[in-house]
Design a protein around this ligand. Structure first.
Ligand code: GLU
Length: 427
């Protein structure tokens, strides 16, 4: 058998929950493939005058509960299988938090760090030119994901509005505030995860003080999670980015870490000249060490937060995970063959489709604000986000307790039940 892919993993999660739900065969068959998968070529005139052709995808997985919804990823490893898996997880995520939205996901095979801002703008506009007929506030609403941000959303909105000839701010979320973005959207994924973690801590009778946290990934989710948890008194002992990471048992100030990253690019250099001296970096008996992304996952911490890419915790390393709680802010960081190992070790895995649903929840709020052309304060957004995240947490916790199943299975059972209900009601 060849190596299992992200979409194989997604289907195996679907099958596990479908069995528990005794889902009718016809519904299961429909849920095993995306409704529509679009592949496009995007020619971009590069700054040196040559033309490069990029491949882009949009997987529209299921729209029984509402328009397709999900981010667009710019990454060299983007591929059809990954986009399909991510769009399936978006469908599940929106249902877990009970949003009136379906699931989709897009991506472009590109390393955005190698493109100039002008090239990136032309690429983003090209993606919309190829796909705009399939997008729109009532059809499919993109958002940021790995290596995309509010500026890219702004270019995409502008291109879309030019093509359709009218304003349509609700066609994309994660926009800058100046173009109808929502207060709180930039840190919403992390904030949602923090609300969920607060409930987990209450269930376990633990306090933030002296709770050690390791975070893999320092992007849209991980960097904000580090800052929000630090502000709440958690002890952040390890952070990483794609280049590597740093571990400091005395604690890391994520704002300082971010400053170093912005100056020099790499968190692995965080120690140099800041809280850890160069001397300590040399002396591995000191409190501060460089760590690889793999080592970070196996650190002896209270809470592990994978906030980068999928397939990080697998059957190969699951047995070596020491954290009793894993809060998944990435999409698909744990493979299904790792789940039983973690469950057997009593590791509480708070699944991605719950713990990272804060981002799409505030995306939904953004759309609601766009549709009514009336904007909420950050405090209003956060009150609403907190309620949705905590209600979803308790519904899933209760299901997990009732059936003595992993939280992930409980979350999929809740989500698939809701999607299947909408499909049945449509006839
Ligand atoms: N890309 C984010 C996610 O994976 C946000 C999606 C959205 O806001 O539509 O949840």
């Amino acid at each position: 058998m060849g190596e299992q892919t992200a979409f194989d993993f997604a289907l195996s999660q679907l099958d596990t929950a479908a069995k528990i739900l005794q889902l009718p065969e016809n519904l299961l068959a429909q849920l095993r493939a995306p409704y529509r998968l679009l592949t496009v070529s995007i020619p971009v005139v590069m700054d040196n005058g040559t033309t490069k052709v990029f491949t882009g995808y949009r997987s529209q997985y299921n729209h029984a509960r509402g328009p397709f919804k999900g981010g667009i990823r710019y990454h060299p490893q983007v591929n059809e299988d990954e986009v399909k898996a991510l769009s399936f997880w978006m469908t599940m995520k929106c249902a877990v938090v009970n949003l009136p939205l379906g699931g989709g996901k897009g991506g472009i095979i590109v390393n955005p760090k190698e493109l100039s801002a002008d090239e990136l703008e032309r690429l983003s506009r090209g993606y919309v030119l190829q796909l705009y007929k399939y997008l729109g506030p009532d059809q499919d609403i993109p958002a940021p994901d790995v290596y995309t941000n509010s500026q890219i959303m702004a270019w995409m909105l502008d291109e879309y509005e030019k093509l359709v000839g009218h304003h349509a701010p609700g066609m994309i979320t994660g926009k800058p505030l100046s173009l109808g973005g929502s207060a709180g959207r930039s840190f919403a994924t992390a904030m949602g995860g923090v609300y969920v973690l607060e409930e987990v801590m209450a269930k376990l009778g633990k306090k933030p003080k002296n709770t050690t946290v390791a975070i893999q990934g320092f992007g849209n989710a991980g960097s904000f999670a580090a800052k929000l948890l630090f502000e709440r008194g958690y002890k952040i002992v390890a952070v990483s980015d794609s280049q590597g990471g740093v571990y400091n048992i005395d604690g890391i100030d994520p704002v300082k870490a971010e400053g170093i990253k912005k100056q020099g690019g790499m968190l692995g250099c965080y120690c140099l000249g800041t809280v850890c001296s160069t001397e300590e970096m040399k002396n591995l008996d000191g409190p501060c060490h460089p760590v690889t992304n793999e080592e970070l996952l196996e650190l002896d911490v209270d809470v592990l937060i994978p906030a980068a890419l999928e397939n990080q915790i697998t059957k190969e390393n699951a047995d070596r995970i020491k954290a009793p709680v894993i809060l998944e802010l990435a999409n698909g960081p744990t493979t299904p063959d790792a789940d039983p190992i973690l469950f057997g070790k009593n590791v509480l895995v708070v699944p991605d489709i719950l713990s990272n649903a804060g981002g799409v929840t505030v995306s939904y709020f953004e759309q609601v604000q766009n549709a009514s052309n009336y904007y909420w304060t950050e405090a209003e957004v956060l009150i609403k986000l907190e309620k949705i995240m905590k209600d979803a947490f308790h519904a899933i916790w209760e299901m997990k307790e009732r059936h003595q199943i992993p939280m992930r299975t409980a979350a999929f059972v809740v989500a698939i039940g809701r999607v299947a209900q909408a499909m049945k009601d449509r006839g």
